[in-house]
Design a protein around this ligand. Structure first.
Ligand code: BGC
Length: 813
């Protein structure tokens, strides 16, 4: 039998797949960027321009931490503009910027090296933990001096920000706010150039209010992946048109957001005072005018959207709209449908997003019909007193529009008599005494509108006696034949330092390889969501030992590793070793994907990712991530889609469909649930009402679960005081009994160290990640002591074995 298996490419040349994915990444970036303001300067008429700002050359392609990707090459904004035929006249400023930045990097390295100089070989993990405490501040760039001003009409100024796992953003200059230096530089541009185009290269919202009125155009570039620079170049010159729309509300100030309105009294308790009023639901209820509303985005052309008809079969609603390109250039348009609930018996929001669709590219004068479909039951209120989703009796006005602030009412859905659409049981209930806010908002009088009567909607009911779903005869054989101790190996990951059968260097997780001889290979997990996060290249000896190609991976070049390893020549590849190349695509970040409002495109991106996984030997992709943008300061918002559950759920579902259509590879939707901030993410309790939990924070997950994601990851935090991996109500009662989810549930990395390994298995967290010897020993002891039964172990192992045997990499086993 083979000792190990490797995947990837054998040649370093870009494969057809890599090239095709690069092109698709550009398409997604171009559709996901949002034009927020344009006084007519765009598309640019002149080819000679000035370019400033940190993100011009040091463009941020994606966030940091596990959500990073090690792609072959990313095109910066400067390069992208040059590729699109622009001449950049402001080279002197850019050169100075590079020099200053290199100096910052050097000083940063010195600081870190100084702090880790005492760490020895056996302290490698602790050393990396220490390194992780250091952050290299993203540069702002020097002042634009007189001699940096060039003779051009237009200056493009790129503000950039980096954020990532473990830390939230801060309301400070250089972070959520513009720094004084940036404001001054933008002012200098405004004084010296006819037009200033502000480009926001940031994974989330940035407070640009001090300059938004002064500049001629604003583009939200996001973190647009490896082809972002080229996409922007083509958008600026008019080869492409903008069609992206915001997936979040951009307030004028941080104080406009609900998370600013309710001070937290305790660090480890995050009380969701705002309840269901997240994002535009809050702004509209409070009557706060945003800088840019949810769903907003301009184009180089104009469109006219008309409502045509609404049909209602049972609770299934289908709206038809006709869109005409009334302008002078080709483009795509998004039609958004919102619905108001009557809010007579229950408090509610002004409206919520019910459906959306995007046209194909329409040439001037072209028209297209779009259908927008949704289930009215998905818009039901969760009535805690009755533990049921309820559609109140009354009229539900439906609106269509180009964004949340410019909608027109088009039909009334009439619900005769109250409908209980789903009977649940109260789960994950709020324990802390704070009161959630509520607003008394009634559905607007929508005037004389056509009426569509809502028909019968059968009420869903659930049984909370969860039993294991059917497993294949192969899985059954192992479940019956393996010892308790062997089954326990599948209740956790295969660990970092174990010998693996299936090998993918740089992947962050795997299942056990200890039972390969019994016919059970391991499977590999690699991070996302912006791509498949694995090493670019590695080599293997005949016996399966890893050899590094050319040098140690860049992010390992620290301390003794950097000094000692290069001297150990045998650790480096020779030509006789098998070289494996694993270049994966850096896609636009999740929010940028959401901003395309194009589910078909999101699904094609998923397909591109799935094909890479298959080629690289990765079975589970640790993405998509669909936590809600509750607070614009969350350090991981770039990895998540939106403040709105519907678009989050639809995007995650589309990406899941795409990835899994490849066969033998699957997604891991994460982080379930309410992981909406990064500071203290391992201890914090997200405290909220069951209504907010179900209507806002779980809704997207439920939608994605309808696509049968192969796996799901529980989060670090507690939900109403109970850690997610130990939360039976969440992981079994809601996820499995109510939603019928049958895939594998794994924990986040080291998350279970904070709670109980045994409870994790009992509660439905089937796999403890990444897995360690001491955890295995604890599980085995628990079995011996009767604290974990064979049935419980079998239950968990069944999900892991199901995943293993549905993997493409398990072929032949
Ligand atoms: C992150 C997860 C990630 C995992 C593995 C954790 O720190 O929260 O999103 O998938 O690490 O890298």
């Amino acid at each position: 039998m083979e000792k190990f298996r490797i995947y990837g490419e054998r040649s370093e040349k870009p494969s057809q797949l890599e090239l095709a994915n690069r092109q698709l990444a550009q398409e997604a970036a171009a559709e996901g960027m949002v034009l927020l303001k344009n006084d007519g300067v765009l598309p640019l008429k002149e080819k000679e321009i000035a370019l400033y700002g940190a993100g011009a050359r040091l463009t941020v392609k994606g966030g940091s931490g596990s959500g990073d990707v090690r792609e072959r090459y990313s095109v910066s904004i400067e390069e992208g503009l040059k590729n699109a035929g622009f001449t950049i006249l402001s080279a002197s400023w850019l050169e100075r910027f590079t020099k200053e930045y290199e100096e910052d990097v050097r000083a940063f390295h010195e600081r870190v090296e100084d702090a880790i100089k005492g760490y020895r070989v056996w302290q490698v993990m602790a050393m990396f933990q220490k390194i992780g405490e250091f952050k290299l501040a993203y540069p702002v760039g020097g002042r634009i001096e007189k001699e940096d001003i060039v003779s051009a009409d237009t200056a493009v100024y790129v503000v950039a920000r980096q954020a990532g796992e473990g830390d939230d953003r801060k309301i400070e200059g250089g972070d959520f706010l513009l720094s004084q230096a940036e404001i001054e530089n933008i002012d200098i541009c405004v004084k010296n150039y006819k037009h200033v185009v502000l480009v926001v290269n940031c994974g989330g919202i940035l407070d640009i209010s001090p300059v938004a009125d002064k500049v001629s155009a604003v583009i939200y570039y996001g973190q647009a992946g490896e082809e972002g620079g080229n996409a922007l170049g083509k958008l600026l010159c008019g080869e492409y048109n903008f069609s992206g729309k915001l997936a979040d509300t951009w307030g004028r100030n941080y104080s406009d957001y609900p998370t600013a309105a309710f001070e937290q009294s305790e660090k480890l308790q995050e009380d969701y005072h705002e309840g269901i009023y997240v994002g535009y639901r809050w702004f509209e209820a409070k009557g706060v005018a945003p800088l840019y509303p949810f769903g907003f985005g301009l184009s180089y052309t104009t469109f006219e959207s008309k409502f045509i008809k609404a049909e209602c079969t049972g609770g299934r609603v289908s709206l038809t709209a006709r869109v005409k390109n009334t302008g002078a250039s080709a483009g795509k348009q998004v039609v958004q449908a919102y619905i108001s609930r009557p809010n007579n018996k229950y408090f509610g929001e002004k409206k919520l997003l019910a459906a959306f669709n995007k046209t194909r590219k329409l040439f001037p004068g072209d028209e297209a019909e779009l259908t927008l479909k949704f289930d009215l039951a998905d818009c039901a209120v969760y009535d805690e007193a009755r533990a049921s989703f309820v559609l109140e009796e009354g009229d539900y006005p439906v609106y269509i529009g180009e964004d949340s602030a410019s909608v027109i009412p088009c039909v009334l859905l009439r619900v005769k008599g109250e409908r209980i659409v789903e009977k649940c049981k109260n789960l994950c209930v709020k324990k802390r005494g704070f009161k959630e806010i509520s607003f008394d908002i009634k559905a607007e009088e929508a005037g004389a509108l056509p009426i569509a009567e809502v028909g019968e909607i059968p009420a869903k009911e659930h049984s909370y006696n969860y039993t294991l779903p059917a497993v294949s005869s192969k899985v059954r054989k192992y479940l019956d034949g393996l010892s308790d101790e062997e089954l326990a190996m599948f209740c956790m990951g295969g660990g970092y330092f174990t010998k693996r059968f299936n090998r993918v260097e740089g992947a962050c997780g795997n299942t056990t390889s200890r039972l390969v001889k019994k016919g059970i290979p391991n499977i590999i997990m690699a991070d996302g969501p912006a791509g498949v996060n694995i090493l670019q290249k590695a080599a293997f000896t005949k016996s399966g030992y890893i050899r590094y190609v050319d040098e140690l991976p860049k992010d390992w070049q620290w301390g003794w590793l950097k000094k000692v390893i290069p001297k150990l020549k045998f650790l480096f590849a020779k030509s006789k070793h098998t070289h494996v190349y694993q270049y994966c695509t850096a896609w636009p970040n999740a929010t940028t994907i959401a901003q395309t409002w194009n589910v078909e495109l999101a699904s094609r991106v998923g397909l591109g990712i799935g094909k890479e996984m298959l080629k690289m030997g990765v079975t589970l992709w640790l993405a998509p991530a669909l936590n809600i943008h509750r607070d614009p300061l969350c350090g991981r918002n770039f990895e998540y889609y939106s403040e709105d559950p519907l678009i989050s759920g639809q995007m995650a579902a589309a990406v899941t469909r795409g990835v899994q259509s490849v066969g033998g590879v699957g997604v891991t939707i994460k982080h379930f649930a309410c992981n909406n901030r990064e500071n203290n993410r391992m201890e914090v309790s997200s405290n909220l009402s069951e209504r907010a939990l179900r209507e806002i924070y779980l809704r997207g997950f439920r939608m994605a679960c309808r696509e049968n994601p192969m796996a799901l990851m529980s989060s670090y935090n507690k939900i109403n005081g109970v850690y997610a991996p130990n939360n039976r109500e969440l992981l079994t009662d809601i996820l499995r009994c109510e939603w019928g989810y049958n895939g594998l549930v794994m924990s986040d990395w080291d998350a279970v160290d904070k709670c109980s390994y045994i409870q994790a298995i009992k509660c439905g967290n089937n796999m403890i990640m990444p897995g360690r010897k001491d955890i295995y020993e604890k599980l085995v002891q628990a079995i011996a002591a009767g604290e974990l039964t064979r049935e419980e172990i079998k239950f968990s192992a069944a999900y892991a074995l199901n995943a293993v045997f549905s993997a493409a990499t398990s072929k032949g086993f």
